[in-house]
Write a protein that binds this ligand. Structure first.
Ligand SMILES: [Zn+2]
Length: 408
């Protein structure tokens, strides 16, 4: 891959080009004169830049617009399939890869198992990442010349400017220079972000948060992470720690967390918490489908199984989901009182437990939030589902391409 590609990314990133591109993207289809009105650029500037964008194949012209009696205006749209992005979502157990177009439509996907955590080092992890991206690139050979960047969503704390995975406790990795190594190796712009933050960005661009300026997106899987969107932008805090809601303490005597503290929110309200509660319940002498279906294999006892037992009328399973939902509700209540977002989006595996889990969440908020409007805070489930962080990873590259604020 060449500097040509990096060059094409730079070409698109000048201030006015990005501004015009984004105006076309946001409006779907728009005429040159409307662009001039909205951007306050002069019509000749708009015409010049639009011509460049058409020449670069990034923008298409069509005459499908509505006319006011006269000639139909020529409308401009983004040529979504003119460029591609590779997204990588690095989870604890598996890595998802995808090739998308400029509309984040997934054109090809791949799932790879993570190497054994116990033998993983910073070096072997980077080598693994390079290998899987390389093999994916070989599979999408025909798209290579149109690639404009690589976005990586990572578990743990990520320095998003340096593109370094600073602290990934579950993988036991520290200070991994993901961006630097992948950029050197593939000669493509690389953006790296925490997975929950990437998910929030994906929801902002393509999911449930499209129309909302302030929201929090909670990723409830084995752990709990979150991304905060303020004034339409991701909020990182001073050291990329903002959103680490999973490690806020809510029970000083609670279970020990991977971070070393006791009673973290994620130890009480995540998929992990569901499993631990189920294991405790199995020690009691109560009749439950959980015992029957999981048998002696405690690994089988996951959120999905608990949900299915509850759906089939099992009281113990329903109780486990209710208790976990109450803790989840407390976490959401804290977010509401602390940040007062317009909306909270809940994603991740746990969100699939439906009303067993979400009814108690709503109940906590309805009974304990301080004001009427806070009690009515909109709580919705993620629209992007399990590929949300992956779409978010691609959005990291897209947001740079279309963002006129950060362009040179
Ligand atoms: Zn913790």
């Amino acid at each position: 891959m060449s500097s040509r590609m990096t060059g094409s990314f730079q070409l698109m990133k000048s201030l006015n080009r990005s501004l015009i591109l984004n105006t076309i993207r946001v409006n779907g289809a728009i005429s040159r004169s409307e662009i001039a009105k909205k951007t306050k650029l002069t019509p000749p500037t708009v015409t010049n830049i639009v011509n460049e964008l058409i020449k670069a194949d990034l923008v298409l012209e069509s005459r499908a617009g509505t006319s006011n009696g006269g000639r139909k205006p020529i409308l401009l749209t983004i040529n979504s399939n003119s460029r591609y992005i590779i997204g990588v979502d690095v989870g604890v157990k598996k890595v998802r890869l995808a090739l998308t177009n400029l509309n984040a439509d997934i054109l090809k996907r791949k799932l790879v198992k993570m190497p054994d955590r116990d033998t993983l080092t910073e070096g072997s992890f980077l080598q693994f990442l390079q290998d899987i991206v390389l093999s994916f690139l070989e599979e999408v050979e025909e798209a290579k010349d149109k690639l404009i960047g690589l976005g990586v969503a990572m578990h743990g704390i990520v320095d998003h400017e340096a593109g370094t995975a600073v602290h990934a406790p579950t993988l036991k990795l520290e200070n991994v220079p993901v961006k630097q190594v992948l950029e050197d190796h593939f000669n493509l712009p690389v953006r790296v972000e925490n997975d929950a933050k990437a998910l929030a960005l994906g929801e902002k661009w393509f999911g449930a948060g499209k129309e909302t300026d302030h929201f929090v997106c909670l990723n409830v899987g084995e752990g709990i992470g979150s991304g905060i969107i303020l004034h339409d932008e991701l909020f990182h805090g001073s050291d990329d720690l903002a959103g680490e809601i999973g490690h806020t303490l809510i029970d000083l005597n609670g279970p020990l967390c991977s971070c070393g503290n006791k009673g973290c929110f994620q130890m009480l309200a995540s998929g992990h918490a569901l499993k631990e509660r189920a294991r405790e319940r199995l020690k009691e002498d109560r009749e439950t489908l959980l015992k029957e279906r999981a048998g002696n294999d405690l690994e089988e006892l996951d959120g999905q199984l608990i949900y299915e037992c509850a759906k089939d009328g099992d009281a113990v399973a329903a109780e486990i989901l209710r208790e976990t939902g109450e803790y989840l509700g407390i976490g959401l209540l804290n977010i509401i009182h602390f940040l007062n977002p317009r909306m909270i989006i809940v994603g991740g595996g746990v969100s699939k437990a439906g009303s067993f889990l979400m009814d108690p969440v709503h109940k906590v908020i309805k009974t304990s939030a301080l004001s009427k409007r806070a009690r009515n805070t909109c709580i919705v489930l993620s629209e992007l589902d399990e590929e949300g962080s992956l779409i978010g990873a691609c959005t990291l590259v897209l947001s740079e391409l279309f963002s006129h604020e950060h362009s040179e």
